[in-house]
Design a protein around this ligand. Structure first.
Ligand SMILES: Nc1ncnc2c1ncn2[C@@H]1O[C@H](COP(=O)(O)OP(=O)(O)O)[C@@H](O)[C@H]1O
Ligand SMILES: [Mg+2]
Length: 230
């Protein structure tokens, strides 16, 4: 079998954390962390860079913001999604969780079954969890969802909200075990200020750095630093 092409996030500094310089095709990655850590921007960049740098089609599913808000957020960090929505490489889907929207929207699967969607991002799965009283049902749905997407030719990045990210003492949830990869994002005290950081807890199929990597967000986007750079 020919070597499979690595799926690059295109986020500066992130792919270099992994020995294979990106994600394995058809892997599932959970990006978990506290509010404001940069999860949504990271997920957006995964889809945007897929289109812009690698010509790959992607679907971004939002359960939290309106599609227009997503475009706005993207714009504030230098990403113009509209051009790629027009040429079909980027699709934004809103799942109305409060109105009983499904974790697995039929529309997402229509896109994925077409076979040309290489990347999917779900931002975030947490509202689905909060709105069900049946955790067994939630877990089963999540498991089915991840399997259905990654058995197609799609690499899946999902965000989840953590109430607290204590890097010295991480508490793991059920969903943390379910994905091939787990990336944790949060803030750490640095003298009189806080610094955004990211660390990789696991990534099946590749070695990775175990450092706490500083994360910077500006109008140009989100970048990940390596300790050597500092
Ligand atoms: N243009 C920008 N310059 C600097 N920081 C920004 C910019 N746009 C957004 N941010 C920062 O990004 C944070 C939001 O990131 P986001 O990905 O939405 O976090 P999360 O999804 O983890 O809650 C905001 O708290 C804000 O501080
Ligand atoms: Mg978010």
């Amino acid at each position: 079998m020919p070597e499979e092409k690595i799926v690059k996030s295109g986020t500066p500094g992130l792919d270099e954390i992994f020995a294979i310089r990106g994600f394995k095709p058809r892997s599932s990655i959970l990006v978990s962390g506290e509010p404001g850590a940069g999860k949504s921007i990271l997920a957006l960049q995964f889809i945007y860079n897929g289109a812009r740098l690698y010509g790959e089609a992607g679907v971004f599913v939002t359960s939290e913001q309106s599609v227009e808000k997503v475009r706005e957020t993207a714009r504030s960090v230098g990403m113009g999604l509209e051009q790629f929505e027009k040429n079909g490489l980027v699709t934004l889907l809103k799942v109305p969780v409060m109105k009983g929207g499904e974790m697995m929207p039929e529309e997402l699967f229509r896109h994925i079954r077409r076979g040309d969607v290489k990347r999917a991002a779900i931002d975030s799965i947490t509202p689905f969890e909060y709105l069900t009283s049946d955790m067994k049902d939630f877990r089963l749905k999540l498991l089915t969802f991840v399997e259905m997407i990654t058995k197609e030719n799609t690499t899946l990045l999902v965000t989840a909200d953590k109430r607290k990210t204590d890097f010295d003492n991480v508490e793991f949830n059920y969903e943390d075990f379910l994905f091939d990869g787990l990336i944790l994002m949060g803030r750490m005290r640095k003298a009189v200020s806080f610094e955004r950081v990211l660390t990789v807890i696991k990534m099946r199929g590749t070695e990775h750095s175990s450092d706490l990597h500083p994360v910077e967000i500006s109008e140009k986007g989100l970048i990940v630093r390596t300790l050597q750079e500092l």
